[in-house]
Ligand binder design. Structure first.
Ligand code: G3I
Ligand code: 9MR
Length: 571
């Protein structure tokens, strides 16, 4: 085969845009290649792996002129049960040249063109973080910042009612409170404290661990140009909302701010349903305490001298009174009241929330009374965190900011966990540590990457970093579906996400920068009529609006993506 022709063949429509940056081109279909690459490309000095799904012997890497710049042998096939398919590894890590390339297998199959250069991920840093800006409640998205996705403000949340489930002596049912700002949780317009907990913490962790990147990245948001870094400003938009969710009379925190039922697919300013704060709960209150205690210790470092000190002090007080409420109410599990049907984020196991909140309280106060709860122990085994399983966040803080035995124990737990993840990655047919595809599987992938980057930060061991890159490669196209999972990014991104604004704005392109939930088989019947979907978890994904279980977006899924990209940029 004349490899020069590859660049003019139909499946390579992405080349011209790829040569510039990791942009999108909708003309390409994933079935047109059996050779799977990261659609954004690879960093010159780091491992470079592609996969081929057909039987194959040799491969070559060709440059834009069609010249072979690297050749090698395709590895033996490995069966991946989750996709019921065989994958063969193509390793061209030794190629350090920059440019735009393709993998060609046995002179017959070609991958998409992809770049190798130092800034392949730099281009998408701001995009991934700006997704949060687009999900701000109570604020118009101005075209200066939002481009074609500009929209009027919705959900001011200045007249929110206390739901009967949240009534107290000082705030009886129907009391009107103000709870403005904050991010919409996901494709829906409600705001949930439990999910905001892990999200806001992960964003703050990116700000503090990668402060230099944070100082540098301009997000083009209304606060850009002030004295506070943009990622911090973006995160404070949600933190300030979280503060309003605490009842000042007793320190307890409402589980969520919500309509009684999900809104239709309409724009924010069209939404007229009454919003309520619903039942206080132990998980929400402890997650809140943890985030506030972390913020109290860290946000002061940003902005001009002492600019954020008053906010940090409010966070500190809020953390203390929330924790006290939880001590008096240690086991209040949240369940949707009978007249509320929006997202539940229900969780009846509080060991992990106690561990995380106590760890943060200990780090904030230095008070030994919290250490009995926060010393690392068997009931809080480290694992990939999610909204309902937050112990690992406690380990992160203790390892990064703790001292002596507490720090040592936490570092050891994280390193052992990262070793486990790396070994799973190495034996995986598709270079993936994640074992089980849950609802939001893409966030599981991103969160394993976060754990590895933290292990890298603690040890300097490059193996962890390289394995985190594998997670990023998966999200950017090197996966059995052969597609990017981030809107507006890569050659074949999600187009029809379950996101009310994207579904209602009349614009073909979805709001950019969002990581979709990704493949899983939890609710194969989410669409009515049913959209046929693979029974194999790695392939069970539908890029259709109705698929809330595979194609919704959510703040807790984007936050670890931001952390991953920030961590890679920090190099
Ligand atoms: O914890 C069990 C685990 O023990 C079991 O092995 C596994 C088997 O599938 O299920 C696990 O529970 C899952 C749970 O998430 C925790 O991961 C449930 O199956 C799964 O249905 C549940 O999905 C959650 C979904 O809401 C439905 O409640 C997602 O994590 C959560 O991200 C999603 O959140 C929604 C909000 O409610 C509303 N806003 C949008 C948001 C994103 O879709
Ligand atoms: O749109 C809702 C989405 O944001 C939630 O994550 C999801 C799970 O709670 O529910 C979606 O709403 C669906 C509802 O649960 C069932 N009927 C169809 C709704 C989507 O239009």
């Amino acid at each position: 085969m004349n490899t020069k022709n590859l660049f003019s063949s139909a499946c390579l429509a992405g080349l011209s845009v790829l040569a510039v940056s990791c942009a999108t081109d909708k003309g390409w279909s994933p079935s047109s290649t059996k050779v799977i690459v990261d659609q954004c490309g690879y960093l010159p000095a780091y491992p470079k792996v592609a996969f081929v799904t057909e039987a194959a012997n040799n491969f070559a890497i060709i440059n834009q002129k069609g010249d072979k710049v690297y050749e090698g042998k395709v590895a033996t096939a490995q069966y991946y049960a989750e996709a019921d398919q065989k994958f063969r590894r193509i390793d061209f890590s030794d190629l350090k040249e920059t440019g735009v390339f393709q993998v060609v297998v046995d002179d017959t199959l070609a991958s998409l063109p992809f770049p190798i250069n130092h800034s392949v991920y730099t281009d998408i840093l701001a995009t991934s973080a700006r997704a949060f800006y687009y999900n701000r409640s109570g604020m118009a998205i101005d075209s200066i910042y939002g481009g074609k996705w500009a929209r009027p403000a919705g959900h001011p949340d200045t007249t929110v009612m206390v739901h009967w489930s949240a009534a107290s002596k000082e705030r009886p049912e129907g009391t009107v409170i103000s709870s403005p700002r904050g991010w919409y949780d996901a494709g829906d317009y409600n705001k949930y404290i439990v999910n905001s907990g892990i999200t806001t913490y992960t964003m703050l962790l990116a700000c503090t661990q990668y402060a230099k990147v944070t100082e540098k990245v301009n997000l083009n948001i209304p606060e850009s140009g002030n004295s506070i870094p943009d990622l911090v400003d973006e995160t404070l938009y949600n933190l300030r909302w979280m503060l309003t969710m605490q009842d000042p009379n007793d320190g307890g925190v409402y589980h969520k701010l919500t309509t009684l039922n999900f809104e239709a697919f309409i724009m924010p300013d069209q939404c007229k349903q009454q919003r309520y704060v619903v039942a206080k709960g132990t998980a929400a209150t402890l997650d809140f305490a943890a985030v506030m205690a972390y913020a109290a210790r860290h946000i002061g470092q940003f902005g001009q001298e002492n600019e954020l000190a008053p906010l940090a002090d409010s966070c500190r007080q809020a953390a203390i009174s929330a924790y006290e409420w939880a001590i008096k109410n240690p086991g209040v599990a949240f369940r949707n009241p009978k007249d509320v049907s929006t997202g539940e984020y229900g969780d009846g196991t509080f060991n992990d929330e106690w561990f995380w909140a106590s760890s943060e309280m200990y780090l904030m106060t230095g008070d030994e009374k919290y250490t009995s709860m926060s010393s690392c122990n068997a009931t809080n085994k480290i694992s990939t965190p999610n909204w309902g399983d937050v112990a690992t966040l406690g380990y992160y803080s203790l390892a990064l900011d703790g001292k002596d035995n507490v720090k040592e124990e936490a570092v050891k737990a994280i390193v052992d966990f990262a070793d486990e993840l790396v070994s799973l990655d190495k034996t995986s047919p598709i270079a993936l540590s994640m074992q089980t595809y849950e609802w939001g599987s893409n966030s599981t992938v991103a969160n394993t990457g976060v754990a590895k980057l933290i292990a890298y930060k603690l040890t300097g061991n490059k193996e962890y970093f390289n394995s985190a890159l594998d997670d990023l490669h998966y999200l950017l196209g090197r996966n059995p579906l052969n597609r990017s999972f981030i809107t507006g990014v890569g050659v074949y991104p999600p187009m029809d996400i379950h996101h009310r604004q994207s579904g209602a704005d009349g614009i073909v392109d979805p709001v950019p920068g969002f990581l979709c939930g990704g493949p899983n088989t939890v609710v194969p019947t989410d669409c009515d009529p049913i959209v046929p979907r693979s029974q194999f978890p790695a392939l069970a994904y539908s890029d259709v609006l109705c698929s809330y279980s595979t194609n919704e977006v959510a703040i807790n899924w984007n936050a670890p993506l931001v952390f991953l990209l920030w961590g890679v940029e920090n190099l």
